[in-house]
Design a protein around this ligand. Structure first.
Ligand code: ADP
Ligand code: ZN
Ligand code: MG
Length: 488
């Protein structure tokens, strides 16, 4: 049954990002992760009668940064509302959130489609809210509740239903993650739950303009799971409709082990939360002057940095994408660039190559962040300088690189200590070349007979004879000269 082209998936994401503030949104309790359960609490975040919440100004600063970074309009006046529901991990019986007057609205992020085109995904709104506690369902005992997380500030970023495939959803989420981490307002860790994503999914016949009934997917704690869960749900909905059924609006939980989404509870309608303005909190007022100040604090954003890398350093778009993924990696790359003695397209590309292959490999193998990479960018830069000025060959550089990681010495010190300086002495290289050509008469014949590939063999043999230390450029020149004038 080929129904792939018949339906169009429609996806909207709701992303929660936990803000990196030291204290909670409405009280002075610590937000520290992993502390003893129920130790970071006070009458305010426990919702005792008679207490008054006071908004943490940092929360407003952070949400406005996100709003500005995504082209949102910042509301001069926004309002906190109570979202009422009953659950053991919510001692107050309501969550402080924003409802019909959120602080940011009408923004967008740009993603790249499968066809390589840039596409804008609209952001409906970004609002501030507080987190709930955590229920721990112990297998042996009863359910335990840890309320340390109650009152930890979150922002919720709601997209327009403009995402059209699981891959676009992945891209969108990736952009959001990049932006919050560049802004340093959230650590972006999906596995630990500091970034959470709910996916709303529906399908409709191609050409149809009305939206189909959606379901909401929850519990995907990695990028891949978001993509997989959406893929699964699109397929399920299409099959259901093809069989004559219809989609029921409900919430589904992704089960990553079985690779299926299972119904949680039928989605209550929005008014069941009985939202109303929180009488304990005054409206949030922000003026132009302050917004301008926050704007001035914004760092260069990931998409801008990526484009600048292509523009300034002329590196391929692919490289720029990878290098700008994380701010510390982008900083590392530019740290290398700064210490290059010769700055041109060639050396920039060399820097990119070394990071993309060697540095990233080590980070992956040792499971470390680039901030903890043992070699400072300036050392990698001077190592590249040694390659460019002919002191070492690219091959020897690999050895120097590994040694730098081990001993943390400068590349120059390693080259000197281990005697790795490249031999550019023409006499010595000529001697080696003569020996190789004399020992491989048959190969010389076939080269002169037109078998070009044999040239590489001569280079390899000469390098071997010189323990990898011969300057390859000079080896090539001498070989060419000798072979051209070859007399058997
Ligand atoms: P709800 O009232 O269920 O919270 P909203 O209209 O507030 O729904 O939208 C929540 C999210 O669901 C948004 O990201 C929005 O883009 C997305 N969404 C809304 N309707 C649909 C639909 N029919 N199909 C897919 N996504 C949708
Ligand atoms: Zn508290
Ligand atoms: Mg909603």
């Amino acid at each position: 049954m080929d129904v792939d082209g018949k339906y169009e998936p429609v996806i909207g994401l709701e992303v929660h990002a936990q803000l990196l503030t030291k204290s909670k949104a409405f009280c002075g309790c610590s937000t520290n992760f992993g502390d003893e359960p129920n130790s970071n609490v006070c009458p305010i975040c426990l919702g005792m009668p008679g207490v008054l919440p006071v908004l943490n100004a940092r929360v407003v600063e952070f949400v406005v940064k996100m709003g500005l970074a995504t082209g949102c309009t910042i509301a001069p006046r926004s309002v906190f509302a109570r979202k009422n529901y009953f659950y053991p991990d919510l001692p107050k019986g309501y969550q402080i959130s924003q409802y019909d007057e959120p602080i940011c609205a009408n923004g967008f992020v740009e993603i790249e489609t499968k066809e390589g085109k840039r596409k804008r995904i609209g952001i409906t709104r970004i609002h501030m809210e507080e987190d709930a506690g955590k229920s721990i369902h112990d297998v042996e005992s009863d359910t335990l509740v840890d309320v340390n997380r109650c009152g930890v500030p979150l922002i919720e970023i709601v997209s327009e239903p403009e995402i059209r495939s699981p891959q676009e959803a992945y891209q969108y989420l990736h952009q959001i993650r990049q932006i919050v981490t560049y802004l340093e307002i959230c650590d972006g860790n999906m596995e630990e739950g500091s970034l959470r994503c709910d996916a709303n999914v529906s399908v409709r016949l191609k050409g149809e303009s009305r939206l189909g009934t959606k379901t909401e997917l929850k519990n995907m704690n990695s990028f891949r799971f978001v993509e997989k869960a959406i893929e699964y749900e699109i397929k399920r909905q299409i099959e259901l409709i093809e069989e004559g059924g219809s989609v029921v609006q409900e919430t589904l939980l992704w089960d990553s082990e079985r690779g299926v989404a299972v119904p949680m509870r039928s989605k209550e309608e929005a008014h069941d939360y009985r939202y109303f303005p929180d009488p304990d909190l005054v409206p949030v007022l922000v003026n132009e002057e302050w917004i301008t100040k926050v704007k001035a604090m914004l760092p260069e954003l990931p998409a801008q940095r990526r484009d600048r890398f292509v523009e300034t350093y002329k590196i391929p778009k692919y490289d720029a994408d990878v290098l700008s993924t994380e701010k510390p990696l982008a900083d590392f790359f530019e740290g290398v660039i700064t210490s290059l003695a010769t700055k041109n397209e060639e050396t920039y590309k060399l820097a990119s190559n070394w990071i993309m292959t060697d540095v990233l490999r080590v980070l992956k193998e040792d499971k470390i962040a680039v901030e903890n990479f043992p070699v400072p960018p300036a050392y990698l830069g001077s190592m590249i300088n040694l390659i460019v000025d002919g002191t070492i060959s690219g091959k020897i550089a690999k050895e120097v690189f590994e040694e730098m990681i081990k001993t943390k010495e400068s590349p120059r010190a390693i080259v000197e200590r281990k005697g790795l300086v490249q031999v550019s002495d023409e006499g010595a290289i000529e001697q080696a070349v003569d020996g190789i050509l004399a020992a491989n008469k048959g190969q010389v014949e076939s080269y002169l007979g037109g078998k070009q590939q044999v040239f590489g063999f001569f280079v390899g043999e000469t390098m071997k004879a010189m323990k990898g230390k011969a300057n390859p450029k000079i080896v090539n020149e001498i070989l060419k000269r000798k072979l051209a004038g070859y007399q058997p």
